[in-house]
Write a protein that binds this ligand. Structure first.
Ligand code: ARG
Length: 458
């Protein structure tokens, strides 16, 4: 007999049962569901809606079910559709008909909303923790590589030399914004929907504040119809997750490029790479490749939920059951990626010499030569043209700017003097970028300290 079987004259078609049930995946909410029910039944007691013996019986019953679930003794059934009705059915088996009082003043509509808020709230904290660990790892690596200089790229063409520490700190800031976004969405996740009933509120003198206090919610939904139909907080979580995955994919892509023979900037730890079944020499960066690849599914879950929600009339519609698998898969995908990226960064070996060699090539100091002329009063546009010609001159002679003679410089422009040879070294070029957010050593050292402090205050 179904918990809602009263008005039905036929058993549910087997295919319908399979098609509509969600227990296959929403059993993942078992802990949240029981926790929510415990808070609900205690509130019913405090408000005099249930007698205290009834509350005790139901509470003990729920706790026993929780233990049985943890011990792996419980088998859920699609005949009871979802986690909410499976637990209620188990409760009635466990404590008898009094178990049927648990659902007083509550609907699965506000119940499932509560479970999902509890679940996503916990995941939000876990993701923030994962981001923090990753940021700390990146800062530690940045600290080791304040004086490692590599070419910075635009269009993937060598542009200007930067300190590796500076490059890694860019990711620290990207992941820092991700933390901020999650902290902001947390306010909306941390809002209690229970008490909305099916749609219109409750005829019982419930006090939602008791439930909010017990479960640590800092706000309550103010409109019952909004409470049961809101899935914005899930869209927000998926959107934050997509952004984080995109950031992780950009980092992954650089690790993949940098560990290619062609770049040769880093070597990933053997424990984080795999081999080829045919080519004995191969060491493949599968982990960053997979992280890069898995972005698609996370963005997909976000698009999928938005599409589900589009034009849905108020309030609860069964369509909303489709919100869960995408959220669960997103959490697993994201937590996996975060957990792997931190040790991968920690264990990578950096080839400083190769980075330096490439930074010395590619005329990454050409802008500095032009700016040198600007400080002598030459208009920037004119200086740009002079240096462009000089670069062409170097390319034809297979020389770098530092390999030119003073004579060659002066025939390009009479205002160039011999101090140019120190001005164009990698250290001077990076340290010249002292203003604001640049790659000068002092700025990088300062940024590391600032980020460390930021994280310890979070
Ligand atoms: N399994 C449902 C879901 O995930 C729970 C809410 C069902 N409510 C209802 N009235 N059918 O959305």
């Amino acid at each position: 007999m179904k918990l809602w079987g009263g008005r039905f004259t036929k058993p549910t078609n087997q295919l319908v049962e399979e098609y509509t049930s969600s227990i296959q995946f929403d059993q993942r909410l078992v802990e949240e569901d029981i926790r929510g029910s415990l808070a609900h039944v205690r509130m019913l007691g405090k408000c005099g809606i249930l007698r205290s013996e009834e509350v005790d019986t139901i509470t003990n019953g729920l706790q026993r079910i929780q233990e049985r679930v943890l011990a792996g003794e419980v088998e859920f059934s699609i005949a009871h559709e979802d986690i909410h009705m499976n637990i209620e059915k188990l409760l009635i088996e466990e404590v008898g008909t009094v178990g049927g009082k648990l659902h007083t003043g509550r609907s699965r509509n506000d119940q499932v909303a509560l479970d999902m808020h509890l679940f996503v709230r916990r995941c939000t904290v876990d993701v923030i923790q994962g981001l923090t660990t990753l940021r700390q790892t990146l800062i530690a690596k940045a600290e080791d590589h304040i004086d490692t200089i590599l070419p910075g790229y635009t269009h993937l063409q060598r542009a200007q030399p930067v300190r590796l520490g500076h490059h890694l700190l860019a990711y620290v800031d990207m992941f820092g914004r991700d933390v901020e976004r999650l902290q902001d969405s947390y306010k909306r996740v941390n809002t209690l929907p229970l008490g909305a009933g099916a749609i219109a509120g409750s005829t019982f003198p419930i006090q939602r504040e008791h439930v909010a206090n017990e479960l640590g919610f800092s706000r309550l939904y103010e409109n019952s119809m909004d409470a049961v139909s809101d899935r914005d907080y899930l869209v927000e979580f998926l959107s934050c997750a997509s952004m984080i995955m995109i950031h992780l994919s950009r980092l992954s892509e650089e690790l993949i490029l940098w560990s290619s023979e062609e770049f040769g900037y880093i070597e990933l730890d053997d424990a984080f790479c795999t081999g080829s079944s045919m080519m004995p020499q191969k060491k493949n960066p599968d982990v960053p490749e997979l992280i890069r690849g898995k972005v698609g599914r996370v963005i997909g879950h976000g698009v999928s939920l938005l599409t589900t929600l589009k034009a849905l009339p108020l309030t609860y519609n069964k369509d909303m059951q489709e919100d869960k698998e995408g959220i669960f898969d997103t959490v697993d995908t994201l937590m996996g990626a975060l957990a792997l990226t931190a040790p991968m960064i920690e264990g990578m070996k950096v080839n400083k010499e190769k980075m330096r060699e490439n930074a010395e090539g590619g005329f990454t100091n050409a802008t500095d030569l032009a700016e040198y002329l600007v400080t002598k009063g030459v208009p920037f546009r004119e200086a740009h043209a002079v240096v462009g010609k000089l670069v062409l001159h170097c390319i034809e002679r297979k020389k770098s700017l530092l390999e030119l003679s003073l004579q060659e410089y002066q025939s390009a422009h009479p205002l160039i003097e011999k101090d140019i040879f120190t001005r164009l070294s990698l250290e001077v070029v990076t340290d010249a970028r002292e203003a604001g957010c640049g790659t000068a050593r002092v700025r990088v050292v300062e940024a590391i300290q600032k980020k460390e402090k930021e994280i310890s205050n979070e």
